[in-house]
Design a protein around this ligand. Structure first.
Ligand code: COA
Length: 535
């Protein structure tokens, strides 16, 4: 494989200025992330610790193998919502390695409104379970939750992917041989009681863990019976009388050790084989991505330069290098793992879409995962292109991406607009993981284009009534739309709504994708079958 030859002068004033501008974006990202991670009230943390309990992230760090990374997902879910009273939406989820096995960990954060669930908490929990299902990863639930955040019940309780989905997923995963382990480290009330009850094996911490369908106040109101939480559903009750839990732990640390012991006896399963090479750092420093990550989306960026700072040895076997250059396709390795890369390099034309579809077919046939690097304004518009069938050729690319059964990963490194988002494996196309860089933007079209369309529609309406739009009104409308698109198009808005799995530092892209591919090996890849390509 050839090494990409960078054409960037990293010593130029322009590059240095870009790096400085990006540094500000990065500092803002790091600050927000820090604020979110430390977002619980000191009072709640103190109360939690006084009970002898560890914090959610401390529990996870103890559970995973020493010196292995934890890929935390959607850290900034619910950011900017609910007056920021739900940092990380009150739950920590991610992929970690336990006894050498990639696993999904879902840990309630009891210092955030008693670990209760709002809409985003539910979405995060269900999303983590989906990742477990797609990749066949064992699940550990570190339960410490008051259940539904009652004022939000209508957004949490009844719908298809709401609270009830947790238990449905647990049953389906258990049936599929995906281990389900619960550690009850605090409250586990009402519907929440089913998390341990539906698990294959359950651990409960003495004097801390409780499991009941109705807590003491509800029991008193319903039957008049007076009972303490411990008597009703404490650890001793469930490990010696009811059988709802299987293992009694003295404290958090002991519980985590029992869980690690359980992992020693899980079934060993065959993995998907890939042609794995020795990992190698990129020839070009990944930190140079700070001088390249698009800030002004109107300025084109050569995506070869991005790829060169992401892949092993900066080596890239390009496919159709001279044909349809607004998309870059080719093979590389990331931390030793093979990957097919499809990177935006401009607007999508008919031939670009065909090149993309062809490359997806190659990867599917060869069982090579695909990484989509998105910086996409959309498909080309205009009479000439419509007549040549841009919609037909675009559909072929979308069709190929939708049906490809090899794992897909998506990173939005610039803009993600219009149907380009679909063709380049946006959220609706089920990439195994999707991440944004902090500079990334996402919306149906750019703010200026949206303002242009809406003003034109309004003007046409008025014209039909024999009226005209006042220029001041036009300006006001334009400004409102631009402001709205700016706010809703930011990576922070996207990640708060969980349209992605998180925002990452560009330098970490390699590690994150490598972890995603490693996790994907736990379920042998399914054969791809395509439907009818419109010819
Ligand atoms: N809905 C909304 N808010 C809730 C809640 C719920 N189900 N459970 C707890 N909270 C809130 C509390 O009002 C408090 O809010 P604040 O920080 O603004 O004061 C915060 O969460 C912490 O609760 P607190 O009771 O002080 O903490 P705790 O650690 O002593 O106890 C629980 C936590 C979860 C054991 C306890 O609050 C509880 O039993 N809650 C009710 C659980 C329940 O019946 N759920 C049914 C859901 S279907």
């Amino acid at each position: 494989m050839y090494r990409i030859e960078s054409k960037i002068d990293t010593k130029s004033a322009e590059f240095k200025q870009h790096q400085e501008e990006f540094q500000k974006i990065l500092e803002e990202y790091r600050k927000i992330r820090r604020d979110v991670i430390n977002g619980s009230s000191p009072r709640a943390i103190e109360k939690h610790k006084k009970r002898g309990k560890l914090l959610a992230r401390e529990r996870i760090n103890l559970l995973i193998d020493p010196n292995t990374p934890f890929l935390e997902l959607s850290t900034m879910a619910a950011y900017g919502e609910y007056e920021n009273q739900f940092p990380s939406a009150g739950i920590v989820t991610g992929i970690g390695v336990i006894q050498g096995k990639e696993s999904i960990i879902i840990a309630n954060d009891a210092t955030v409104k008693g670990g209760t669930y709002i809409k985003e908490t539910i979405k995060k929990h269900v999303r983590a379970q989906e990742i477990a299902m797609e990749n066949h990863l064992p699940c550990v639930y570190m339960v410490d939750s008051g259940g539904v955040f009652l004022p939000e019940q209508a957004n949490v309780f009844p719908d298809r992917f709401d609270f009830g989905r947790f238990f449905y997923n647990q049953a389906r995963m258990s049936a599929a041989g995906i281990p389900q382990i619960a550690i009850v480290m605090g409250s586990c009330t009402a519907g929440g009681a089913y998390v341990p009850a539906m698990s294959d094996e359950t651990i409960i911490v003495k004097d801390q863990g409780t499991i009941f369908i109705g807590g003491p106040p509800l029991v008193k109101a319903a039957t008049g019976e007076e009972v303490t939480a411990e008597e009703l559903g404490g650890a001793e009750v469930h490990t010696s009388i009811s059988g709802v839990a299987d293992h009694l732990a003295n404290d958090d640390r002991h519980a985590v050790q029992i869980c690690r012991n359980i992992f020693e006896n899980l079934e060993h399963k065959a993995k998907q084989e890939l042609d794995i090479k020795e990992a190698e750092e990129p020839y070009y420093d990944p930190k140079e991505l700070y001088g390249l990550a698009p800030i002004d989306l109107k300025k084109p960026v050569d995506s070869h330069e991005i790829i060169a700072r992401m892949v092993d040895g900066s080596r890239f076997q390009e496919f159709k290098a001279k044909y349809a250059p607004t998309i870059v396709t080719g093979f590389a390795h990331i931390m030793g793992l093979p990957i097919g890369i499809i990177a935006s390099n401009g607007v999508l034309f008919s031939e670009t879409a065909l090149k993309g579809a062809h490359f997806v077919e190659l990867c599917s046939k060869r069982n090579i995962p695909i990484l989509f690097l998105q910086n996409i304004t959309g498909f080309i518009v205009g009479k000439e292109y419509e007549h040549k069938g841009i919609a037909r050729d675009g559909a072929k690319f979308v069709h190929a991406v939708a049906n490809a059964n090899v794992p897909k990963f998506t990173v939005v490194f610039g803009g993600s607009f219009g149907a380009g988002n679909y063709a380049m494996a946006g959220r609706a196309y089920d990439p195994r993981l999707l991440f944004m860089w902090p500079n990334a933007k996402i919306s149906v079209m750019g703010g200026e284009q949206a303002a242009g369309v809406l003003i034109q529609v309004k003007e046409e309406q008025l014209k039909a009534r024999g009226q005209e739009m006042d220029p001041a009104e036009i300006e006001k409308l334009r400004k409102n739309i631009l402001d709205k698109y700016e706010y809703e198009g930011s990576a922070y808005y996207s990640t708060s709504k969980m349209w992605d799995d998180g925002i990452i530092d560009p330098v970490d892209t390699r590690k994150v994708i490598a972890m995603g591919i490693a996790a994907s090996l736990n379920k042998p890849y399914e054969k791809t079958e395509y439907g009818i390509f419109r010819m």
